[in-house]
Design a protein around this ligand. Sequence first.
Ligand code: XMP
Length: 520
Amino acid sequence: MTATQHQRLLIVDFGSQVTQLIARRLREQNVYCEIHPYQAVTEAFLNAFAPLAVVLSGGPASVLDPDSPRPPEMLFRLGVPVLGICYGQQVMMQMLGGRVERGDGTAEFGRAYVTPAGDALPLLEGWFETGREQVWMSHGDHVAALAPGFAVYGTSPAAPFAITADPARKFYAVQFHPEVHHTPNGARLYANFLREAGFTGDWTMGAYREEAIARIRDQVGDGRVICGLSGGVDSSVAAVLIHEAIGDRLTCVFVDHGLLREGEAEEVVAMFRDAYNIPLVHADESALFLNALDGVSDPETKRKTIGRLFIDVFQKHATQTGGAEFLAQGTLYPDVIESVSFSGGPSVTIKSHHNVGGLPEKMGLKLVEPLRELFKDEVRALGRELGLPDRFIGRHPFPGPGLAIRCPGAITREKLDILRRADAVYIDQIRRHGLYDEIWQAFVALLPVRSVGVMGDARTYDYACALRAVTSVDGMTADYYPFSHDFLAETATRIINEVRGINRVTYDITSKPPGTIEWE
Ligand code: XMP
Protein backbone atom coordinates (compact mmCIF):
# COMPACT_ATOMS: atom_id res chain seq x y z
CA MET A 1 0.00 0.00 0.00
CA THR A 2 1.30 3.43 -0.81
CA ALA A 3 1.22 6.26 1.65
CA THR A 4 -0.93 9.16 0.53
CA GLN A 5 -2.42 12.08 2.36
CA HIS A 6 -5.57 12.02 0.29
CA GLN A 7 -8.98 10.84 1.31
CA ARG A 8 -8.98 7.22 0.23
CA LEU A 9 -11.54 4.88 -1.19
CA LEU A 10 -11.02 1.13 -1.25
CA ILE A 11 -12.24 -1.01 -4.13
CA VAL A 12 -12.42 -4.68 -3.15
CA ASP A 13 -11.95 -6.71 -6.31
CA PHE A 14 -13.91 -9.92 -6.71
CA GLY A 15 -12.59 -10.49 -10.21
CA SER A 16 -14.95 -8.51 -12.44
CA GLN A 17 -13.65 -7.77 -15.92
CA VAL A 18 -14.52 -4.11 -15.36
CA THR A 19 -13.08 -3.39 -11.91
CA GLN A 20 -10.52 -1.00 -13.37
CA LEU A 21 -13.37 1.04 -14.80
CA ILE A 22 -14.69 1.65 -11.28
CA ALA A 23 -11.34 3.16 -10.40
CA ARG A 24 -11.42 5.26 -13.59
CA ARG A 25 -14.89 6.63 -12.77
CA LEU A 26 -13.81 7.57 -9.24
CA ARG A 27 -10.48 9.08 -10.23
CA GLU A 28 -12.30 11.19 -12.81
CA GLN A 29 -14.09 12.77 -9.88
CA ASN A 30 -10.80 13.62 -8.20
CA VAL A 31 -11.02 10.84 -5.66
CA TYR A 32 -8.03 8.69 -4.78
CA CYS A 33 -8.83 4.99 -4.80
CA GLU A 34 -6.96 1.72 -4.87
CA ILE A 35 -8.05 -1.69 -6.12
CA HIS A 36 -7.14 -4.64 -3.92
CA PRO A 37 -8.05 -8.31 -4.45
CA TYR A 38 -10.47 -9.62 -1.84
CA GLN A 39 -7.87 -12.09 -0.54
CA ALA A 40 -5.65 -9.20 0.52
CA VAL A 41 -8.42 -7.33 2.32
CA THR A 42 -8.02 -8.57 5.88
CA GLU A 43 -9.05 -6.82 9.11
CA ALA A 44 -5.49 -5.59 9.58
CA PHE A 45 -5.48 -4.29 6.02
CA LEU A 46 -8.74 -2.41 6.56
CA ASN A 47 -7.42 -0.79 9.72
CA ALA A 48 -4.25 0.29 8.00
CA PHE A 49 -5.95 1.52 4.82
CA ALA A 50 -8.63 3.45 6.72
CA PRO A 51 -10.93 4.03 3.74
CA LEU A 52 -13.51 6.78 3.76
CA ALA A 53 -15.76 4.49 1.71
CA VAL A 54 -15.65 1.05 0.11
CA VAL A 55 -16.85 -0.28 -3.24
CA LEU A 56 -17.34 -4.04 -3.61
CA SER A 57 -16.82 -5.00 -7.25
CA GLY A 58 -18.65 -7.53 -9.34
CA GLY A 59 -17.18 -10.93 -10.02
CA PRO A 60 -17.80 -14.32 -11.61
CA ALA A 61 -18.37 -16.34 -8.40
CA SER A 62 -21.70 -17.24 -6.79
CA VAL A 63 -22.25 -16.36 -3.13
CA LEU A 64 -24.16 -19.63 -2.93
CA ASP A 65 -21.03 -21.68 -3.52
CA PRO A 66 -19.06 -22.91 -0.56
CA ASP A 67 -15.93 -20.83 0.00
CA SER A 68 -17.21 -18.03 -2.21
CA PRO A 69 -15.14 -14.86 -1.88
CA ARG A 70 -16.12 -12.52 0.96
CA PRO A 71 -14.72 -9.46 2.66
CA PRO A 72 -14.20 -9.56 6.45
CA GLU A 73 -17.45 -8.97 8.44
CA MET A 74 -15.66 -6.09 10.08
CA LEU A 75 -15.87 -4.12 6.85
CA PHE A 76 -19.54 -3.49 7.60
CA ARG A 77 -18.71 -2.19 11.08
CA LEU A 78 -16.21 0.44 9.93
CA GLY A 79 -19.00 3.02 9.90
CA VAL A 80 -18.20 4.05 6.32
CA PRO A 81 -20.48 3.98 3.26
CA VAL A 82 -20.33 0.83 1.15
CA LEU A 83 -21.45 0.41 -2.46
CA GLY A 84 -21.90 -3.17 -3.67
CA ILE A 85 -22.07 -3.84 -7.40
CA CYS A 86 -23.52 -7.03 -8.87
CA TYR A 87 -21.59 -9.77 -7.00
CA GLY A 88 -20.81 -7.05 -4.46
CA GLN A 89 -24.55 -6.53 -3.95
CA GLN A 90 -25.13 -10.22 -3.45
CA VAL A 91 -22.29 -10.59 -0.99
CA MET A 92 -23.63 -7.64 1.02
CA MET A 93 -27.13 -9.11 1.15
CA GLN A 94 -25.90 -12.56 2.09
CA MET A 95 -23.56 -11.31 4.81
CA LEU A 96 -26.00 -8.76 6.25
CA GLY A 97 -28.92 -11.18 6.61
CA GLY A 98 -30.72 -11.19 3.25
CA ARG A 99 -31.00 -14.02 0.75
CA VAL A 100 -29.62 -14.66 -2.71
CA GLU A 101 -31.02 -17.19 -5.17
CA ARG A 102 -29.54 -18.86 -8.17
CA GLY A 103 -30.61 -17.56 -11.55
CA ASP A 104 -33.49 -19.55 -13.01
CA GLY A 105 -33.44 -18.11 -16.49
CA THR A 106 -34.93 -14.76 -15.46
CA ALA A 107 -31.56 -13.03 -15.15
CA GLU A 108 -30.75 -10.04 -17.30
CA PHE A 109 -27.69 -9.78 -19.49
CA GLY A 110 -26.95 -6.58 -21.31
CA ARG A 111 -29.01 -3.44 -21.55
CA ALA A 112 -31.96 -3.03 -19.19
CA TYR A 113 -34.12 -0.20 -17.88
CA VAL A 114 -34.57 0.60 -14.21
CA THR A 115 -37.56 2.57 -12.90
CA PRO A 116 -37.81 4.26 -9.51
CA ALA A 117 -39.37 2.64 -6.46
CA GLY A 118 -39.85 3.79 -2.86
CA ASP A 119 -38.69 7.09 -1.38
CA ALA A 120 -36.18 9.55 -2.78
CA LEU A 121 -32.60 8.46 -2.14
CA PRO A 122 -29.61 10.85 -2.14
CA LEU A 123 -27.67 8.22 -4.12
CA LEU A 124 -30.12 8.70 -6.98
CA GLU A 125 -30.11 12.48 -7.23
CA GLY A 126 -30.27 13.38 -10.93
CA TRP A 127 -31.52 9.91 -11.80
CA PHE A 128 -34.91 9.04 -13.30
CA GLU A 129 -35.42 12.52 -14.71
CA THR A 130 -36.91 10.90 -17.78
CA GLY A 131 -38.72 8.29 -15.71
CA ARG A 132 -36.23 5.47 -16.27
CA GLU A 133 -32.51 4.86 -16.60
CA GLN A 134 -30.63 2.62 -18.95
CA VAL A 135 -28.24 0.32 -17.10
CA TRP A 136 -25.97 -2.60 -17.91
CA MET A 137 -26.79 -5.91 -16.26
CA SER A 138 -24.64 -8.99 -16.24
CA HIS A 139 -25.58 -11.50 -13.61
CA GLY A 140 -26.84 -15.03 -13.01
CA ASP A 141 -27.83 -15.00 -9.31
CA HIS A 142 -30.10 -12.37 -7.87
CA VAL A 143 -31.20 -11.04 -4.50
CA ALA A 144 -34.40 -12.75 -3.31
CA ALA A 145 -34.84 -11.16 0.13
CA LEU A 146 -33.41 -7.93 1.48
CA ALA A 147 -31.19 -7.72 4.53
CA PRO A 148 -32.70 -5.90 7.53
CA GLY A 149 -32.60 -2.11 7.14
CA PHE A 150 -32.60 -2.28 3.31
CA ALA A 151 -35.37 -1.13 0.98
CA VAL A 152 -35.81 -1.09 -2.79
CA TYR A 153 -35.27 2.17 -4.69
CA GLY A 154 -35.19 0.95 -8.28
CA THR A 155 -36.46 -2.07 -10.15
CA SER A 156 -36.25 -3.64 -13.56
CA PRO A 157 -38.48 -6.33 -15.05
CA ALA A 158 -36.02 -9.13 -14.27
CA ALA A 159 -34.28 -7.55 -11.27
CA PRO A 160 -36.85 -6.40 -8.71
CA PHE A 161 -33.97 -5.49 -6.40
CA ALA A 162 -31.97 -3.53 -8.98
CA ILE A 163 -31.23 -0.65 -6.56
CA THR A 164 -31.34 -1.28 -2.84
CA ALA A 165 -30.09 0.72 0.11
CA ASP A 166 -29.96 1.03 3.86
CA PRO A 167 -29.84 4.85 3.97
CA ALA A 168 -29.16 5.02 7.73
CA ARG A 169 -25.88 3.11 7.35
CA LYS A 170 -25.23 4.50 3.86
CA PHE A 171 -25.04 0.98 2.46
CA TYR A 172 -25.96 0.86 -1.22
CA ALA A 173 -26.24 -2.25 -3.35
CA VAL A 174 -27.03 -2.34 -7.05
CA GLN A 175 -27.44 -5.25 -9.40
CA PHE A 176 -26.09 -3.46 -12.49
CA HIS A 177 -22.72 -1.97 -13.41
CA PRO A 178 -22.74 1.84 -13.08
CA GLU A 179 -19.09 2.01 -14.18
CA VAL A 180 -19.61 0.90 -17.78
CA HIS A 181 -20.36 3.04 -20.75
CA HIS A 182 -23.72 1.31 -21.25
CA THR A 183 -24.98 2.80 -17.99
CA PRO A 184 -24.93 6.37 -19.34
CA ASN A 185 -25.81 8.06 -16.04
CA GLY A 186 -23.48 5.86 -13.98
CA ALA A 187 -20.97 8.63 -13.25
CA ARG A 188 -23.75 10.58 -11.52
CA LEU A 189 -24.47 7.65 -9.25
CA TYR A 190 -20.79 7.44 -8.29
CA ALA A 191 -20.69 11.22 -7.74
CA ASN A 192 -23.66 10.97 -5.38
CA PHE A 193 -22.04 8.09 -3.51
CA LEU A 194 -18.83 10.07 -3.10
CA ARG A 195 -20.72 13.12 -1.86
CA GLU A 196 -22.62 10.99 0.67
CA ALA A 197 -19.29 9.59 1.86
CA GLY A 198 -17.83 13.07 2.37
CA PHE A 199 -15.21 13.12 -0.37
CA THR A 200 -14.06 16.62 -1.25
CA GLY A 201 -12.32 15.76 -4.53
CA ASP A 202 -8.79 16.33 -3.20
CA TRP A 203 -7.04 14.10 -5.77
CA THR A 204 -5.68 16.68 -8.19
CA MET A 205 -2.55 16.55 -10.27
CA GLY A 206 -1.25 19.70 -8.59
CA ALA A 207 -1.46 18.02 -5.18
CA TYR A 208 -0.12 14.77 -6.58
CA ARG A 209 2.91 16.52 -8.02
CA GLU A 210 3.87 17.96 -4.62
CA GLU A 211 3.40 14.63 -2.87
CA ALA A 212 5.25 12.63 -5.48
CA ILE A 213 8.20 15.01 -5.26
CA ALA A 214 8.30 14.66 -1.48
CA ARG A 215 8.17 10.88 -1.78
CA ILE A 216 10.97 10.75 -4.36
CA ARG A 217 13.17 12.92 -2.09
CA ASP A 218 12.38 10.63 0.79
CA GLN A 219 13.21 7.48 -1.12
CA VAL A 220 16.33 8.65 -2.91
CA GLY A 221 17.89 10.69 -0.09
CA ASP A 222 21.17 12.02 -1.50
CA GLY A 223 21.49 9.10 -3.95
CA ARG A 224 21.65 9.21 -7.73
CA VAL A 225 19.03 8.05 -10.24
CA ILE A 226 19.33 6.99 -13.86
CA CYS A 227 16.40 6.90 -16.22
CA GLY A 228 16.13 5.28 -19.62
CA LEU A 229 14.28 7.71 -21.87
CA SER A 230 12.44 6.34 -24.84
CA GLY A 231 10.93 9.62 -25.94
CA GLY A 232 7.54 8.25 -24.94
CA VAL A 233 5.20 10.02 -22.56
CA ASP A 234 5.62 7.80 -19.49
CA SER A 235 9.38 7.83 -19.17
CA SER A 236 9.48 11.55 -20.05
CA VAL A 237 6.95 12.53 -17.39
CA ALA A 238 8.74 10.36 -14.83
CA ALA A 239 12.06 12.00 -15.70
CA VAL A 240 10.77 15.57 -15.47
CA LEU A 241 9.11 14.83 -12.13
CA ILE A 242 12.23 13.21 -10.69
CA HIS A 243 14.35 16.08 -11.94
CA GLU A 244 12.09 18.49 -10.13
CA ALA A 245 12.63 16.44 -6.96
CA ILE A 246 16.37 15.81 -7.02
CA GLY A 247 17.78 18.06 -9.75
CA ASP A 248 20.99 17.00 -11.38
CA ARG A 249 21.31 13.82 -9.36
CA LEU A 250 19.10 12.44 -12.14
CA THR A 251 20.79 11.42 -15.37
CA CYS A 252 18.74 10.36 -18.37
CA VAL A 253 20.06 7.97 -20.96
CA PHE A 254 18.47 8.17 -24.39
CA VAL A 255 19.54 5.27 -26.56
CA ASP A 256 19.20 6.09 -30.26
CA HIS A 257 19.05 2.69 -31.94
CA GLY A 258 18.69 4.13 -35.42
CA LEU A 259 15.09 2.94 -35.54
CA LEU A 260 13.44 6.19 -34.47
CA ARG A 261 11.03 8.34 -36.39
CA GLU A 262 12.05 11.46 -38.28
CA GLY A 263 13.19 14.23 -35.93
CA GLU A 264 12.57 12.11 -32.83
CA ALA A 265 16.07 12.15 -31.36
CA GLU A 266 16.42 15.89 -31.94
CA GLU A 267 13.06 16.54 -30.29
CA VAL A 268 13.90 14.56 -27.16
CA VAL A 269 17.35 16.09 -26.84
CA ALA A 270 16.02 19.61 -27.35
CA MET A 271 13.34 19.15 -24.77
CA PHE A 272 15.42 17.55 -22.06
CA ARG A 273 18.74 19.25 -22.50
CA ASP A 274 17.64 22.65 -23.71
CA ALA A 275 14.17 23.24 -22.30
CA TYR A 276 14.56 21.42 -18.98
CA ASN A 277 18.31 21.41 -18.52
CA ILE A 278 18.19 17.77 -17.46
CA PRO A 279 21.52 15.92 -17.71
CA LEU A 280 21.08 13.69 -20.74
CA VAL A 281 23.34 11.15 -22.32
CA HIS A 282 22.41 10.92 -25.99
CA ALA A 283 23.85 7.56 -26.92
CA ASP A 284 23.95 7.33 -30.72
CA GLU A 285 24.33 3.59 -31.06
CA SER A 286 22.61 3.29 -34.41
CA ALA A 287 25.60 1.65 -36.09
CA LEU A 288 25.73 -1.05 -33.42
CA PHE A 289 22.02 -1.86 -33.73
CA LEU A 290 21.75 -1.66 -37.50
CA ASN A 291 24.83 -3.83 -38.00
CA ALA A 292 23.44 -6.45 -35.65
CA LEU A 293 20.10 -6.38 -37.47
CA ASP A 294 21.65 -6.64 -40.90
CA GLY A 295 19.85 -9.39 -42.80
CA VAL A 296 17.54 -10.26 -39.88
CA SER A 297 13.96 -10.67 -41.03
CA ASP A 298 12.31 -12.79 -38.34
CA PRO A 299 10.22 -10.46 -36.11
CA GLU A 300 11.07 -12.20 -32.85
CA THR A 301 14.79 -12.26 -33.64
CA LYS A 302 14.57 -8.52 -34.35
CA ARG A 303 12.93 -7.91 -30.98
CA LYS A 304 15.39 -10.11 -29.08
CA THR A 305 18.42 -8.57 -30.77
CA ILE A 306 17.20 -5.06 -30.02
CA GLY A 307 16.27 -5.94 -26.42
CA ARG A 308 19.64 -7.54 -25.70
CA LEU A 309 21.66 -4.68 -27.22
CA PHE A 310 19.51 -2.11 -25.44
CA ILE A 311 20.38 -3.59 -22.07
CA ASP A 312 24.11 -3.74 -22.87
CA VAL A 313 24.17 -0.18 -24.15
CA PHE A 314 22.09 1.21 -21.32
CA GLN A 315 24.26 -0.54 -18.77
CA LYS A 316 27.45 0.80 -20.37
CA HIS A 317 26.25 4.41 -20.35
CA ALA A 318 24.67 4.15 -16.92
CA THR A 319 27.97 2.91 -15.47
CA GLN A 320 29.84 5.73 -17.21
CA THR A 321 27.64 8.33 -15.57
CA GLY A 322 29.27 7.65 -12.24
CA GLY A 323 27.08 4.95 -10.79
CA ALA A 324 23.58 5.29 -9.49
CA GLU A 325 21.70 3.34 -6.85
CA PHE A 326 18.29 3.90 -8.42
CA LEU A 327 16.67 3.21 -11.76
CA ALA A 328 13.60 5.25 -12.69
CA GLN A 329 10.79 3.63 -14.61
CA GLY A 330 7.48 4.85 -15.96
CA THR A 331 5.48 1.91 -14.56
CA LEU A 332 1.74 2.71 -14.54
CA TYR A 333 -1.07 1.60 -12.24
CA PRO A 334 -2.59 -0.97 -14.64
CA ASP A 335 0.79 -2.75 -14.57
CA VAL A 336 0.77 -3.16 -10.81
CA ILE A 337 -2.84 -3.91 -9.96
CA GLU A 338 -2.96 -7.38 -8.55
CA SER A 339 -5.55 -9.31 -10.48
CA VAL A 340 -7.93 -11.83 -8.96
CA SER A 341 -7.49 -15.28 -10.39
CA PHE A 342 -10.30 -17.77 -10.06
CA SER A 343 -9.08 -20.31 -12.56
CA GLY A 344 -6.01 -21.10 -10.50
CA GLY A 345 -7.82 -21.25 -7.16
CA PRO A 346 -7.63 -18.46 -4.65
CA SER A 347 -4.09 -17.50 -5.60
CA VAL A 348 -3.29 -13.97 -6.63
CA THR A 349 -1.57 -13.31 -9.92
CA ILE A 350 0.61 -10.24 -9.89
CA LYS A 351 1.18 -8.80 -13.31
CA SER A 352 4.84 -8.52 -14.12
CA HIS A 353 6.21 -5.00 -14.16
CA HIS A 354 7.55 -3.44 -17.31
CA ASN A 355 11.11 -3.24 -16.16
CA VAL A 356 13.84 -3.01 -18.72
CA GLY A 357 14.69 -6.65 -19.30
CA GLY A 358 15.68 -7.46 -15.72
CA LEU A 359 18.08 -4.53 -15.49
CA PRO A 360 17.38 -3.68 -11.85
CA GLU A 361 18.47 -7.15 -10.71
CA LYS A 362 21.43 -7.28 -13.07
CA MET A 363 22.77 -3.89 -12.02
CA GLY A 364 21.73 -4.12 -8.38
CA LEU A 365 19.51 -1.06 -8.72
CA LYS A 366 16.50 -0.06 -6.66
CA LEU A 367 13.45 1.13 -8.55
CA VAL A 368 11.91 4.58 -8.49
CA GLU A 369 8.44 4.42 -10.03
CA PRO A 370 6.69 7.73 -9.43
CA LEU A 371 3.80 6.96 -11.79
CA ARG A 372 2.79 3.60 -10.38
CA GLU A 373 -0.45 5.00 -8.93
CA LEU A 374 -1.54 6.65 -12.17
CA PHE A 375 -3.55 5.68 -15.20
CA LYS A 376 -2.33 6.75 -18.64
CA ASP A 377 -4.60 9.79 -18.89
CA GLU A 378 -3.50 10.87 -15.41
CA VAL A 379 0.12 10.67 -16.55
CA ARG A 380 -0.81 12.99 -19.39
CA ALA A 381 -2.51 15.36 -16.93
CA LEU A 382 0.59 15.28 -14.71
CA GLY A 383 2.75 15.99 -17.75
CA ARG A 384 0.65 19.07 -18.50
CA GLU A 385 0.91 20.10 -14.85
CA LEU A 386 4.71 19.86 -15.21
CA GLY A 387 4.58 22.07 -18.28
CA LEU A 388 5.41 19.50 -20.94
CA PRO A 389 4.14 20.70 -24.32
CA ASP A 390 0.73 19.34 -25.36
CA ARG A 391 2.14 18.20 -28.65
CA PHE A 392 4.56 15.97 -26.79
CA ILE A 393 2.09 14.67 -24.22
CA GLY A 394 -0.44 13.64 -26.83
CA ARG A 395 2.03 11.67 -28.92
CA HIS A 396 0.99 8.28 -30.17
CA PRO A 397 2.65 5.29 -28.47
CA PHE A 398 5.81 4.09 -30.18
CA PRO A 399 7.12 0.53 -29.68
CA GLY A 400 10.55 -0.11 -28.16
CA PRO A 401 11.85 -1.92 -31.29
CA GLY A 402 10.82 1.15 -33.30
CA LEU A 403 10.80 1.10 -37.07
CA ALA A 404 12.36 -2.38 -37.11
CA ILE A 405 8.89 -3.92 -36.69
CA ARG A 406 7.38 -1.58 -39.28
CA CYS A 407 9.73 -2.78 -41.96
CA PRO A 408 8.71 -6.43 -42.52
CA GLY A 409 11.52 -8.56 -43.90
CA ALA A 410 15.19 -7.68 -43.82
CA ILE A 411 16.05 -4.19 -42.61
CA THR A 412 18.40 -1.94 -44.52
CA ARG A 413 19.36 1.68 -43.89
CA GLU A 414 17.88 2.59 -47.26
CA LYS A 415 14.51 1.07 -46.38
CA LEU A 416 14.51 2.75 -42.98
CA ASP A 417 15.13 6.12 -44.61
CA ILE A 418 12.24 5.62 -47.05
CA LEU A 419 9.97 4.50 -44.22
CA ARG A 420 10.94 7.45 -42.02
CA ARG A 421 10.11 9.95 -44.75
CA ALA A 422 6.79 8.32 -45.64
CA ASP A 423 5.82 8.19 -41.99
CA ALA A 424 6.60 11.88 -41.54
CA VAL A 425 4.39 12.82 -44.52
CA TYR A 426 1.55 10.62 -43.25
CA ILE A 427 1.67 12.05 -39.72
CA ASP A 428 1.86 15.56 -41.14
CA GLN A 429 -1.29 14.84 -43.17
CA ILE A 430 -3.07 13.56 -40.08
CA ARG A 431 -2.09 16.63 -38.10
CA ARG A 432 -3.05 19.03 -40.90
CA HIS A 433 -6.50 17.45 -41.03
CA GLY A 434 -6.89 17.76 -37.26
CA LEU A 435 -7.22 13.99 -36.79
CA TYR A 436 -4.15 13.22 -34.69
CA ASP A 437 -5.87 13.22 -31.30
CA GLU A 438 -8.74 11.02 -32.49
CA ILE A 439 -6.32 8.28 -33.41
CA TRP A 440 -4.61 5.94 -30.94
CA GLN A 441 -1.71 5.17 -33.21
CA ALA A 442 -0.86 5.85 -36.83
CA PHE A 443 2.20 4.87 -38.83
CA VAL A 444 3.46 3.60 -42.13
CA ALA A 445 4.72 0.05 -42.69
CA LEU A 446 7.11 -0.35 -45.59
CA LEU A 447 6.23 -3.58 -47.37
CA PRO A 448 8.89 -5.94 -48.69
CA VAL A 449 7.26 -5.77 -52.12
CA ARG A 450 8.20 -3.82 -55.20
CA SER A 451 5.62 -3.05 -57.81
CA VAL A 452 5.57 -1.44 -61.21
CA GLY A 453 4.32 2.08 -61.67
CA VAL A 454 4.50 4.93 -64.12
CA MET A 455 5.58 8.46 -63.20
CA GLY A 456 5.70 11.02 -65.95
CA ASP A 457 6.68 8.93 -68.93
CA ALA A 458 8.96 6.65 -67.00
CA ARG A 459 8.46 3.20 -65.59
CA THR A 460 9.07 2.87 -61.84
CA TYR A 461 9.77 -0.25 -59.84
CA ASP A 462 9.56 0.79 -56.19
CA TYR A 463 8.30 -0.25 -52.76
CA ALA A 464 4.69 -0.43 -51.68
CA CYS A 465 3.69 0.84 -48.26
CA ALA A 466 0.70 0.35 -45.99
CA LEU A 467 -0.81 3.14 -43.93
CA ARG A 468 -2.08 2.07 -40.52
CA ALA A 469 -4.32 4.09 -38.18
CA VAL A 470 -6.33 2.65 -35.32
CA THR A 471 -8.57 3.75 -32.52
CA SER A 472 -8.21 1.92 -29.22
CA VAL A 473 -8.59 2.38 -25.48
CA ASP A 474 -5.62 0.39 -24.28
CA GLY A 475 -4.00 -1.19 -27.34
CA MET A 476 -5.50 -4.58 -26.48
CA THR A 477 -8.21 -4.31 -29.11
CA ALA A 478 -8.37 -1.83 -31.96
CA ASP A 479 -10.47 -0.71 -34.92
CA TYR A 480 -9.09 0.80 -38.09
CA TYR A 481 -9.72 4.53 -38.41
CA PRO A 482 -12.36 5.40 -41.05
CA PHE A 483 -10.50 8.04 -43.06
CA SER A 484 -12.39 9.69 -45.89
CA HIS A 485 -11.47 8.63 -49.41
CA ASP A 486 -10.35 12.19 -50.10
CA PHE A 487 -7.91 12.06 -47.21
CA LEU A 488 -6.51 8.73 -48.34
CA ALA A 489 -6.17 9.87 -51.94
CA GLU A 490 -4.42 13.11 -50.95
CA THR A 491 -2.06 11.26 -48.61
CA ALA A 492 -1.19 8.65 -51.24
CA THR A 493 -0.43 11.40 -53.75
CA ARG A 494 1.77 13.26 -51.29
CA ILE A 495 3.72 10.15 -50.30
CA ILE A 496 4.35 9.13 -53.90
CA ASN A 497 5.35 12.67 -54.88
CA GLU A 498 7.46 13.44 -51.83
CA VAL A 499 9.10 10.12 -51.01
CA ARG A 500 11.54 8.64 -53.49
CA GLY A 501 11.34 4.85 -53.36
CA ILE A 502 7.58 4.38 -52.89
CA ASN A 503 5.21 4.15 -55.83
CA ARG A 504 2.18 2.42 -54.28
CA VAL A 505 0.17 3.19 -51.14
CA THR A 506 -2.39 0.90 -49.51
CA TYR A 507 -4.59 1.34 -46.43
CA ASP A 508 -4.70 -1.45 -43.84
CA ILE A 509 -8.30 -1.98 -42.67
CA THR A 510 -7.68 -4.90 -40.33
CA SER A 511 -9.04 -4.74 -36.78
CA LYS A 512 -7.34 -6.22 -33.73
CA PRO A 513 -8.22 -9.04 -33.31
CA PRO A 514 -7.71 -10.80 -35.66
CA GLY A 515 -4.81 -8.55 -36.73
CA THR A 516 -2.39 -6.79 -34.42
CA ILE A 517 -1.65 -3.08 -34.50
CA GLU A 518 1.94 -3.44 -35.64
CA TRP A 519 2.78 -5.53 -38.68
CA GLU A 520 5.31 -7.63 -36.79
P1 XMP B 1 0.24 -5.06 -31.22
O1 XMP B 1 1.04 -4.97 -32.47
O2 XMP B 1 0.65 -6.22 -30.35
O3 XMP B 1 0.58 -3.74 -30.39
O4 XMP B 1 -1.24 -5.03 -31.47
C1 XMP B 1 -0.10 -3.28 -29.27
C2 XMP B 1 0.65 -2.05 -28.75
O5 XMP B 1 1.93 -2.44 -28.27
C3 XMP B 1 2.96 -1.79 -29.00
N1 XMP B 1 4.02 -2.78 -29.22
C4 XMP B 1 5.20 -2.80 -28.58
N2 XMP B 1 5.71 -1.96 -27.66
N3 XMP B 1 7.69 -3.26 -27.58
C5 XMP B 1 6.97 -2.19 -27.18
O6 XMP B 1 7.47 -1.40 -26.37
C6 XMP B 1 7.25 -4.14 -28.50
O7 XMP B 1 7.94 -5.11 -28.85
C7 XMP B 1 5.93 -3.89 -29.02
N4 XMP B 1 5.16 -4.54 -29.94
C8 XMP B 1 4.00 -3.84 -30.04
C9 XMP B 1 2.32 -1.32 -30.28
O8 XMP B 1 2.99 -0.20 -30.84
C10 XMP B 1 0.91 -1.00 -29.83
O9 XMP B 1 0.84 0.28 -29.23
